[in-house]
Design a binder for this molecule. Structure first.
Ligand code: ACO
Length: 314
């Protein structure tokens, strides 16, 4: 046996709050459509804050929450595709911002909305070999930079934010039993890049993505439970990527998950891609809904296409 547990959490959202009514002044939409189709009421957009600010603030809070100092960190992985620079990585900027040791292994990875799951699994593997047994796992996204304001089908969905977790690796901790996967598809959902002449922007076939998501979520739940040899009753809390309130409610209904065992904050933040899962985990931790001993089944899905699940303990 060997694995990781979460020892502390933190989060950051930029100050500017954009309401559905604000968006209705820019594109042909309305609060009723956005609320009923997605569950989103507001989202945060960066103005003066940078991606680095979001990462560093969330990570600092997670370190304080864990009672760990920067010198104790052996590795830092940031899940993101919207960092301030293509290089240096966001993780290098966190190393600088927090003064992490020079031999800490710091890098970014891109698995879109599943990013936090890919990052926490990577961290579990890394810490087994790292000089120090604490790691920083951050999910951060500044999607407001990549909004196509001519596409009402996507511009209402996304927001900015960052969430962070300090994890500890020990030989006597259980594995998180991560299940990860991908199916390369450049057409369904993504952000354009250097292969495209126009400014980078989000694109999505909403209905196809919705169908993919409602299959991916139960697949991940079943696979993780099988790998961990546990049943749905063994799980204390369920954390889903916040892409659409209807996707979350459908999953809860399918598995008869009672309302007190899952959580939505999509109404406040919108879809923050890699930040959405750690934003939920950090809020739940502050609310005392998860804490020492809690077993949390985490599920994500998104661009790539990617999907992932894990049973993360506190
Ligand atoms: N306001 C008003 N009307 C709108 C808006 C809007 N903001 N956006 C679209 N519409 C209209 C469409 O034009 C369409 O009108 P029409 O029938 O006259 O053509 C109608 O609403 C229905 O459009 P659909 O796209 O079919 O709407 P749907 O019910 O599928 O909802 C949504 C769209 C909310 C995007 C949904 O498909 C969804 O949540 N998909 C999944 C999103 C997701 O999971 N993303 C994952 C990760 S994102 C990432 O990785 C970056």
């Amino acid at each position: 046996m060997s694995g990781i547990k979460i020892r502390g959490t933190g989060r950051f959202a930029p100050a500017k709050i954009v309401t559905n009514d604000d968006l209705a002044k820019i594109v042909d939409t309305n609060d009723e459509w956005i609320t009923t189709r997605t569950g989103i009421k507001t989202r945060h957009h960066c103005t003066t804050e940078t991606h680095t600010d979001m990462c560093v603030n969330a990570a600092r809070q997670a370190l304080e929450n864990a009672g760990i100092s920067p010198e104790d960190i052996g590795a830092c992985v940031v899940a993101t595709f919207s960092s301030d620079y293509l290089s240096p990585s966001a993780a290098c900027m966190v190393q600088r911002g927090l003064g992490l040791p020079y031999d800490a292994v710091c890098f970014d990875l891109n698995a879109a909305c599943s990013g936090f799951l890919f990052a926490i699994h990577t961290m579990e593997c890394l810490l087994a070999q790292a000089p120090r047994k604490y790691g920083l796992v951050i999910g951060a996204e500044m999607l407001s930079r990549f909004i196509n304001w001519e596409d009402r089908g996507t511009c209402v969905l996304f927001g900015d934010g960052a969430g962070a977790a300090v994890v500890e690796w020990r030989e006597d901790y259980p594995s998180i039993h991560a299940v990860l996967g991908c199916h390369g598809d450049p057409d369904m959902l993504g952000v354009t890049g250097s292969a495209h002449p126009e400014p980078a922007h989000v694109f999505m076939n909403g209905q196809a993505t919705f169908k993919f998501a409602v299959k991916a979520v139960p697949y991940c739940i079943d696979q993780v439970l099988e790998k961990a040899a546990m049943s749905i009753e063994d799980v204390d809390f369920f954390v889903f990527h916040q892409a659409n309130a209807r996707i979350i409610d459908l999953a809860a209904k399918k598995y008869h998950i009672p309302p007190e065992k899952y959580y939505k904050n999509i109404q406040k933040y919108g879809n923050t891609s890699a930040a959405s899962i750690p934003l939920v985990i950090s809020e739940l931790h502050d609310l005392g809904k998860v804490g020492p001993g809690s077993r949390v089944l985490v599920v994500g899905f998104g661009g790539g296409l990617t999907w992932g699940g894990a049973l993360v303990e506190f």
